[in-house]
Design a protein around this ligand. Structure first.
Ligand SMILES: Cc1cc2nc3c(=O)[nH]c(=O)nc-3n(C[C@H](O)[C@H](O)[C@H](O)COP(=O)(O)O)c2cc1C
Length: 183
């Protein structure tokens, strides 16, 4: 079975993106090996920390390298990813050896994106992630990226009420991503 690494790009404990990722994982169950990436202890990326890299960084990069596909669930912070997620991506973009020609931990890595956000339905963070990850040489699934726009009431209650249309988009993304990583 192919390995999918789920990346929750929100630093929030009661993350709405995490809640939606759980729905995706339920759909993926039995079709792929799934793991949620734990990257809470990554230091802020700085070239000063690269030689040698801290253990936490090596552990995370190894998980990324071993995966057949990454599925990123991202909150939208001021039209882009949270600093928490951006930091992970910055670490992933560094060369495996000392030379960029040898590739990075995500060169050619298959990836798909989902965002649970406010009124924008995450469309801006999806644009930002597409741009960044293309720059990083990742193999992006261009179709069926899902953006979920929640209502003010969801934020007031701090409970995401996902609707039928959201689950339909998620099912479509699951099917497409399983096919995409099998190519
Ligand atoms: C600093 C900050 C900036 C935000 N900027 C946006 C934004 O640009 N667009 C938007 O739709 N929601 C924005 N929000 C709302 C978040 O998208 C929303 O809280 C988050 O996506 C919910 O997902 P999470 O619980 O997984 O973090 C922002 C929230 C914070 C804390």
């Amino acid at each position: 079975m192919k390995k999918i690494l789920i990346i929750i790009g929100s630093p929030k404990k009661n993350s709405f993106n995490k809640a939606f990722a759980k729905q995706a994982m339920a759909l993926l169950q039995g079709h792929a090996t799934i793991e949620v990436l734990d990257f809470h202890d990554l230091p802020f990326m700085s070239p000063d920390l690269e030689d040698p890299r801290p253990d936490a960084v090596n552990r995370v990069l190894q998980k990324v390298q071993e995966a057949d596909g990454l599925w990123i669930f991202a909150s939208e912070y001021n039209l882009g990813p949270s600093a928490y997620l951006k930091n992970l991506l910055d670490w992933c973009s560094r060369p495996i050896s000392h030379h960029f020609e040898d590739g990075t931990y995500v060169t050619g890595k298959k990836v798909t994106f989902t965002s649970v956000a406010g009124r924008s339905a995450g469309k801006y963070v999806l644009v930002a992630l597409n741009q960044m990850c293309a720059y990083m040489g990742m193999d992006i699934m261009k179709e069926h990226q899902t953006g979920v726009g929640l209502e003010q009431a969801d934020f007031d209650e701090d409970i995401p009420h996902f609707r039928e249309e959201h689950f339909l988009m998620l099912e479509r993304q699951v099917t497409s991503f399983l096919a995409f990583i099998s190519q």
